[in-house]
Design a protein around this ligand. Structure first.
Ligand code: DGL
Length: 259
């Protein structure tokens, strides 16, 4: 594994760029390849088997480009497919899971909220994690239709605002003091969510933790890129690149391709 080989990331679409941004900030000298499988979004409604097959397809694409590590920048793919990916490939995988632990440990009201996809909330891995916090009330909410709206560039639409009000209301009524964003698309909704939540409720996502874990695993393998130049970043999408362009503020190379 050459140290200047890229870090590969994939997601069901553009959401995992929230993770990519954290990695790029922490490890700016690393080369990266990001795969947005937007044609197949959302993953959240698919069966476990479909999610595993899509994750294998994405991994194969990234391995063909010699990625030295793969970040599964999607909670739904991590919670449904990472065990299978680790069993099948020797490359290291970093996954992203809802940050239940820090929320549960710090909650004063003993009540936290989690907004995630159906695929994540129904997964065995998610159940395993939440079972560890029996004393905490976890108010779960599936974010129906949030990912398709984000993929269509309707982040600030009235429909989005209406859905967020509907999904957050039961959590506010249950007196949560932490809201866990369990989908890598949702950090793009933080400005709207903040307008809806009462001031004392904190929002957490897992992006920074994933970036730190990526650095740790590369360090342990002596695989960090020691170049002093900024890394090269390439984004692939199998759908219309316009929304990806706008969230990356037109700064990076985007390649539209079938995969
Ligand atoms: N970004 C994916 C996640 O973190 C969204 C899943 C979907 O496409 O439904 O779960």
């Amino acid at each position: 594994m050459a140290n200047n080989n890229p870090i590969g990331l994939f997601d069901s679409g553009i959401g995992g760029t929230s993770i990519w941004k954290e990695i790029n900030e922490l490890l700016p000298n690393e080369n990266t390849i990001y795969l947005a499988d937007s044609k197949n979004a959302p993953y959240g409604q698919k069966t476990k088997e479909e999610i595993i097959n899509l994750s294998i397809k994405n991994t194969e694409f990234l391995l063909e480009q010699n990625c030295k590590i793969i970040v599964v920048a999607c909670n739904t793919a991590t919670t449904n497919a990472i065990k299978e990916l680790r069993a099948k490939y020797s490359v290291p995988f970093i996954g992203i899971e809802p940050a239940i632990k820090p929320a549960a440990i710090n909650s004063k009201t003993q009540t936290i909220g989690i907004l995630a996809t159906k695929g994540t909330l129904n997964s065995e891995l998610f159940h395993e994690t939440s079972r560890k916090f029996q004393d905490i009330k976890i108010v779960e909410q599936i974010g129906h239709n949030l990912v398709p709206l984000i993929e269509n560039g309707q982040i600030n639409s009235p429909e989005m605002n209406m859905l967020l009000h509907e999904y957050l209301k039961p959590m506010i009524e249950a007196n949560i003091d932490y809201l866990v964003l369990g989908c890598s698309h949702y950090p793009y909704l933080i400005p709207q969510i903040k307008k809806i939540l009462p001031k004392g409720i904190k929002i957490i996502d897992s992006g920074e933790a994933v970036a730190r874990q990526t650095r740790k695993v590369l360090e342990e393998r002596d695989a960090l890129n020691d170049s002093s130049e900024l890394g090269k970043n390439i984004f692939y999408t199998n759908s219309n690149p316009n929304v990806l362009k706008s969230i990356l503020e037109n700064q990076y190379q985007i390649i539209q391709k079938e995969f």
